[in-house]
Design a protein around this ligand. Structure first.
Ligand SMILES: NC(=O)c1ccc[n+]([C@@H]2O[C@H](COP(=O)([O-])OP(=O)(O)OC[C@H]3O[C@@H](n4cnc5c(N)ncnc54)[C@H](OP(=O)(O)O)[C@@H]3O)[C@@H](O)[C@H]2O)c1
Length: 368
């Protein structure tokens, strides 16, 4: 049995009180490993990643409605080392964990917990968590969960294989971003599809390297005519994955996608980077609802989706890494987010990256 760890009495996190107010460092008591719930795991975080949704939630009052007035955390992705395990999930083997194991995962709770924190408590069966491969650094592992899980959700809309054996054709808009690179990789490596990536010219080689067969440069080419003119005879596309938002494709989507095909978006009709997207926008957008119903009845399908938060999908990523390998791209590792003198500058830097929308791959924050 490993020697009991000596843990500090309190831990530091980056938190905020009201929407859009500058975050600050808070100190909270660290739960002792003996006080953990039966399925809880306490993780000392080494790295976390920033996602657009972190900025969107920080600016949104909704979290406050659920979490109340308490301090709300920032960050969903993390990687780190297990320092405490509840009784029912302690031990060796699948679904069980031991102190000292290196892990990566996601904390996506409406109650406002964040991973820009020295420690996080997660619950097996609720929060996706997996063992970190030795081949990945902590920074690489933190760059994967949210975006890879989102890509699996999108690819779930890929229709069944063609009866004539022809390769299915997938379009990924926003192919150079955090989610886009996983959509390209899964479409290619897991489903053996023909992939068209939509990105700017400066990212063309990068997206090809992720597995795209064809590139459309959205800054210089007309997307509609290029897509429609590259359709092989008698064959339309199977899936359009939208990681950017907007409505421009709906002028011609029935010409682009066959009846059993689908247009799946993780953003919705809006294009703002700082406003919350995903299926919650069905509540405010009648056109999305009509499109969903029309697509369901007549095809092609339309769906505005939210990532699946499932441990099995993190394990699928690990299988893929073992069999064909996956590419993890970290554009920048930002330090100082929990440092008294540096956190304000670090926060401005990562916020700027997310608002700017020009990141290739992921931005990670190093906590150790
Ligand atoms: N519903 C969900 O569950 C879910 C999950 C994850 C993300 N999202 C949302 O999905 C969106 C994308 O997230 P992300 O993390 O993948 O973003 P990201 O990594 O920040 O995306 C940045 C990338 O988008 C590219 N881009 C920007 N405008 C583009 C355009 N018009 N056409 C093609 N590419 C463009 C940029 O390339 P250039 O520099 O070349 O323009 C850059 O590489 C965000 O709005 C996010 O909130 C939703």
């Amino acid at each position: 049995m490993p020697a009991p760890l000596s843990l500090p009495p309190s831990f530091k996190s980056l938190t905020y009180t009201s929407p859009s107010t500058p975050p600050h460092l808070t100190h909270a008591p660290l739960p002792s490993p003996s006080s953990l719930g039966p399925k809880d795991i306490l993780v000392k975080i080494h790295a976390a990643a920033i996602n657009p949704v972190d900025i969107q939630l920080w600016g949104n009052a909704m979290i406050g409605w659920v979490a109340g007035k308490k301090e709300k955390g920032i960050g969903r992705d993390y990687s780190g080392i297990v320092v405490g395990v509840g009784d029912e999930v302690r031990g060796e083997g699948e679904g069980r964990w031991e102190v000292g194991e290196e892990v990566w995962g996601l904390v996506m709770r409406p109650t406002g917990e964040g991973t820009f924190s020295q420690y996080v408590k997660v619950t097996v069966g609720i929060d996706p968590i997996a063992r970190k491969p030795k081949s990945w650094t902590f920074e690489e592992a933190a760059a994967v969960p949210l975006v890879a899980l989102t890509a699996f959700t999108c690819l779930d809309w890929l229709p069944a294989a063609n009866s004539d054996g022809g390769q299915r054709r997938v379009i990924v808009a926003g192919a150079s971003g955090g989610t886009g690179i996983w959509c390209v990789q899964l479409a290619k490596k897991l489903y053996n599809c023909h992939v068209t990536g939509i990105c700017s010219a400066k990212n063309a080689d990068f997206v090809r390297n992720m597995g795209a067969d064809e590139i459309i440069d959205y800054t210089s080419q007309d997307i509609q005519s290029t897509l429609l003119s590259s359709l092989p005879e008698h064959r339309k596309y199977d899936l359009y994955i939208d990681c950017v938002g907007g409505t421009s494709v709906f002028n011609y989507w029935t010409s682009l996608l066959h009846r059993k095909g689908a247009y799946v978006t993780i953003v919705g009709d809006k294009t703002s980077r700082t406003v919350l997207g995903g299926p919650i926008t069905y509540l405010t957008s009648m056109s999305q609802i009509l499109r969903f119903v029309k697509g369901w009845v007549f095809g092609p399908r339309y769906a505005n989706v939210e990532l699946y938060t499932k441990t099995e999908l993190l394990e699928k990523v690990l299988k893929l890494e073992e069999t064909v390998g996956v590419k993890i791209v970290v554009q920048d590792i930002v330090k100082g987010i929990l440092d008294e003198d540096e956190y304000e500058a670090a926060w401005e830097k990562i916020k700027g990256y997310m608002e700017g929308g020009r990141v290739r791959g992921k931005i990670v924050v190093a906590l150790e």
